[in-house]
Design a protein around this ligand. Sequence first.
Ligand code: KG4
Ligand code: ZN
Length: 403
Amino acid sequence: MKILAIETSCDDTAISIVEVKGSLKKPVFKVLAHNISSQTKIHEQWGGVVPSLAKREHGKNLIPLLIKSLQDAKLFDIQSRKIRVFQDDKNNKFKKKIEKILDREPELREQFLQAIPTLKIPKIDAIAVTKGPGLEPALWVGINFAKALAQVWDKPLYPINHLEGHILASLATPQKISFPSISLIVSGGHTELVLSKDWLKYKIVGRTRDDAVGEAFDKVARILGLPYPGGPEISKLALQATTKDSPLGTSQGKSLGEGAIKLPRPMLHSGDLDFSFSGIKTAVLYMVQKLKAENKFTDGIKAEIAHDFQNAVIEVIIAKTLTATKKFKAKTIIAGGGVIANSSLREALQKNTEKEGLNLLIPELSYSTDNATMIALAAGFRLLAGKSKKSSSFKAEGNLNLK
Ligand code: KG4
Ligand code: ZN
């Protein structure tokens, strides 16, 4: 079974095609196409994602990305005659239906009606698309595109939860999983610990009370004068710090070349599984204001702040994740979300879970930040489990929860 998946929940337009075989306990996935069109250059100048610009760019990117994906998967074929639904469309009834679905995306509508009718219907079995959570104007573009394609190609359409995609992203290659498991989602919009007692069953047991961890990375980066998105920038800058202690090491703040930086470790001892990252952002803001007033905001100090901020965040994430595994007697930790691309976090997770004899599943870098392969995987798992619900009439849900 081949699944074509579409993801447009934030500022990356992504399309993947994944072949799914095997069973729920022994799934076999083959990624036939994995394409992402980044909008970083567009949003960078605004210091963050602008929803209306994201919507417009998704509309521009989807058709070229679809063609590239079909080519990668060797499913691309054009013909001189229009495909049957358009050939037989005497009064333009079908065309009008498609125009109505794409009514709000004028650029996509035009491209769609030019390209899709002469494209041979590809041999795929299903279409999956992110329904939420995310930015609604952005989500809608992917959803409307998926609905139009499903109509024209007469394929079943499956709405998918973006967070389930992040959780299942590390399962692209076969993995051993034992239940209960704890999933750690760390992204731009979410910081959650999720308990699973079985496949595709989720219960949120810890979450951020304010900012998501990726959001904190992005905001602290902005305070430090780094470009958007801040996560990768902070991690690059942290490498330049003269302090080389690793998270959970013992020497924080003791051997600094540029003066002692010691940020708070928020909620580390709160006794529950919740997080909070807005206080540490404010702490960095006050620290930077003070350093600037004293003319001490040097490049060296900036690197020290990035380093200690990253360590603080990682310490809290690791501590809470390990507490959750103990509390629920989990032996498997599944990590996912954009911040999992952070190499220090990956290393710290690997080291600390190994020490505790836990099985850590971590996605490949290209499946960590937003992508459509994870959406195809989620649809694949649901189809293998007989738990998929096809639908042609769902809405974008910006605040969709994981259930
Ligand atoms: O999952 P994702 O691509 O989009 C959302 O669903 O939000 O996550 C994006 C977030 C951004 O906040 C970005 O700064 C962060 O992931 N991020 C990182 C790194 N790469 C991306 N944070 C820290 N270190 C990184 N290397
Ligand atoms: Zn995401």
